[in-house]
Design a protein around this ligand. Sequence first.
Ligand code: 3EB
Length: 353
Amino acid sequence: MAEALVRLRADTLSVEQTEEPTAQDDPSVLGALSFSAQAPSSDVSAHEAMPSLHVVLPRLCGGNTVCEVWHARWPASGSLTSGRAGDIHFRHDEEFVFGAVTVPETRFAVVGDKTPLQQATESAYGQIFKQLEALAFPYPLRFWNYVSRINEHSHGRERYQQFNIGRQEAFLAYGRDVQGNLPAACAVGMDRGPLSIAFLAGRAPPQSIENPRQVSAFEYPQQYGPRSPSFARANLVSTRHGELLLVSGTASIVGHATLHPGDVAAQTRETVRNIEAVVAQANQMSRCGRFDLSGLACRVYVRHPADLVAIRRELEQALGESLKAVYLQADICRSDLLLEIEATVSLATDCRN
Ligand code: 3EB
């Protein structure tokens, strides 16, 4: 059995980090994200029942591979439904759906001012929104976005900006809000691989949360690109007997500016302050009680492997030695950002009211 690094429970939706590609015959598994420096063997990625997004990002400490597994109700009641549609592989129970999508940019040529990445992004999000409508899961809760060479420029524009244009176009095409209630997200870069997106969606509206220390990403000024990034700082999700807080990728940004360029320790401390501010907002909205920072399960995207020691030291000092964190090497979407942290924390108290 793979050793579980952490398991967060909110009764009907839970997440665990394990050391190896998971028990694919576990009937409660909705889907998984996995990360390693090498592409997985095809028998892992081609599994029929379970959607799984593998991203080529090296793990910086611990084993070679790490897998984040999302579980439905546990123990499972009734069977989960799996399916494929176009580039999407999904699996759901009555409350939540997890899906994985990969779209190669090579499928697209430049059309007018639309770059291949922009079109791949628009296609991926368009397919997701269409599928969510078909399955009657109207509320996306979280997106994980992996964009190769995210900091490079092509066709006169930074690739992250191309991604943002395609994403917003798809939100607008499907009549979705691009200013207010948005899903949580992260967007980071790898060296190679197709545009790779995983998502989690539900049937009840989550509460989207912004950070009072930061300009909302959907209101970033034009200097960061012609179309703003479509995500909220966090989403608070109610399950039948608990709550789950999905904290978006968080970095050393205050207002809309990057703080502490070149100082990884200071960027780490600023990032923690941002996560604390988001959790504090969530605690004002929670029905169940207070989310505890010591319960955070974090994924830390680190630009330079040599910064791992300093980042770890700062995080453990701020959040405790027993912090549950997985460290991956990735590019962050602004070239002056040295790290980004996404986190999940649950409250499993019975708080029906
Ligand atoms: C930021 O706060 C840092 O484009 O989906 C964090 C989380 C970031 C999500 C996204 C980008 C995204 O702007 C970058």
